[in-house]
Design a protein. Structure first.
Length: 84
């Protein structure tokens, strides 16, 4: 993993970032749950702002990144689609 990827992981995936990423990819809760190999309730809990295990959040983040999302952090956390 390169230094920039490590920098992106310094900030935990936020609920709003998960929602924005799903919207950008056109994924529903069930589709993301399947990609991340978690339950749809787990996605809903994350997006409500509930605290989840770090490993679970990382699994969701990896699934979204594999689907084509880049996370931006810092003062204004957000998402963008990777160029194809």
């Amino acid at each position: 993993m390169n230094v920039n990827a490590n920098r992106n992981r310094d900030t935990k995936l936020k609920a709003v970032q998960s929602k924005m990423a799903r919207a950008a990819l056109g994924l529903g809760v069930r589709e993301l749950a399947e990609l991340a190999k978690v339950s749809p309730d787990t996605i809903a809990r994350l997006e409500r702002g509930e605290v989840l295990r770090d490993r679970t959040v990382e699994d969701i983040r990896r699934a979204l990144e594999a689907a084509g999302v880049e996370f931006t952090n810092g003062d204004q956390p957000g998402v963008r689609l990777r160029a194809k």
